[in-house]
Design a protein around this ligand. Structure first.
Ligand SMILES: *Cc1c(COP(=O)(O)O)cnc(C)c1O
Length: 379
């Protein structure tokens, strides 16, 4: 395996991007040389090719490359009609960007709690959160596991509300035969470097089957320009393109995504076996037909912060995703949110711990994590 280290393991990083880069290094250097020399750095052929390949991979009619995952969500929301006076529903147990994109669209964010097992949007709480002002619901496929899309889709379908997937942690995950990105009206992906498919910098994409939505996102990312006429501006837009260079690098990595996700699956299964008997609860595997891609491997446990400190002292790059639910962040408390509103999200925030998992991680590294965790929970 590319990242194998000789000798006893004393340190395990949370992720090691150098091991991924080693697999594409020669091709990446060629790409850099070619594009830097030609000067084709924005809105070029590589971007168009990546968009076609990403749409084909996800099984959607199209994809639009944008500058980040946050902007993918923001632009898709605007294309769906979000703006001042509208509401968009999402979860408090997610990265802040999900809620931030809603605010950036001009809409108000409305939170609903998550389920304890999937850590994703609880369909049972959804209907009560919809109002005549709701234009979209944004479930998050957190940690690489698809949210409860059939139930969410049914509730939203009945209410005439669009579903926008936050797919930033679930590149390649499947629900039956369909991939994440093709499970709602549209999806927003992040290609932040540490995601399952990551650029060497920031990037994102909107996927959808809806040509009008894709055209609006395409216009919004480039100053509100008209199709085929970059000097005609038909709406207020943004400077939010995916760089041609990042698109070219993403094309190289996309060919390896399935293999890398398989490595994550193998490591996750091995964690489950090796953690059995310890007083930690890996988040349960999803039901049959739901395939997850283990962006993170998350366990729930008592005394999380003490165990985290003990792991760090043993060189284990464990982390918490996320220690504070969105509604209890200072910026959201200012909008009137308080403790106790979303008990499941608040309980998870206090109890979850992410163990290192990344393509190229060795069994010896994983064993070091498990040994350190076993010692920490026993002390
Ligand atoms: C990473 C991430 C985002 C934001 O992506 P950026 O590319 O960093 O803007 C949004 N939502 C979730 C769930 C994420 O993990």
């Amino acid at each position: 395996m590319s990242g194998a280290t000789g000798g006893a393991v004393t340190r395990v990083p949370p992720v090691d991007l150098g091991r991924q880069y080693a697999e594409i290094r020669d091709a990446a250097r060629d790409v850099f040389d070619r594009l830097a020399t030609s000067g084709a750095l924005t809105l070029g052929d590589e971007l168009e090719a990546f968009e076609a390949e990403w749409a084909a991979y996800c099984g959607t009619g199209g994809a639009v490359g944008v500058a980040s995952g946050t902007e993918a969500l923001q632009l898709a929301l605007i294309a769906l009609g979000a703006g001042p006076g509208t509401e968009v529903v999402t979860v408090p147990h997610t990265f802040i960007a999900t809620a931030e994109a809603i605010v950036a669209s001009g809409a108000s964010a409305v939170f609903v709690d998550v389920e304890a097992d999937s850590a994703s949007l609880d369909p049972a709480a959804l209907a009560a959160a919809l109002t005549p002002r709701t234009v979209a619901v944004v479930p998050v496929h957190l940690y690489g596991r698809p949210a409860a899309m059939p139930a969410i889709g049914e509730i939203c379908g009945r209410a005439g509300v669009a579903v926008l997937e936050d797919a930033s942690q679930a590149h390649g995950a499947r629900l039956g035969e369909r991939r994440v990105g093709a499970l709602g009206r549209a999806a927003g992906f992040s290609f932040y470097p540490t995601k399952n498919l990551g650029a060497l910098g920031d990037g994102g994409a909107v996927t959808s089957d809806d040509p009008a939505l894709l055209a609006t996102a395409r216009s919004l990312r480039h100053h509100g320009s008209a199709p085929g006429d970059a000097n005609r501006h038909v709406r207020d837009g943004f400077s939010a393109r995916l760089d041609n260079l990042q698109a070219a690098l993403l094309r190289l990595k996309l060919r390896r995504l399935d293999g890398w996700n398989d490595e994550r699956r193998r490591l996750a299964m091995r964690y489950r076996e090796r953690l059995a008997g310890l007083p930690v609860r890996p988040l349960p595997a999803p039901p049959d037909g739901v395939d997850q891609v283990h962006h993170l491997f998350v366990v729930e446990l008592d005394e999380r912060d003490r165990v985290l400190a003990a792991l760090r002292a043993r060189g284990v790059g464990a982390a918490v995703h996320y220690p504070t639910p969105v509604h209890l962040q200072p910026v959201w408390r200012e909008r009137g949110h308080r403790e106790g509103e979303f008990p499941v999200a608040e309980r998870l925030a206090a109890r979850v711990l992410s163990l290192p998992i990344f393509p190229g991680m060795t069994d010896a590294e994983q064993d070091h994590v498990v040994d350190a965790l076993a010692d920490a929970v026993a002390s």
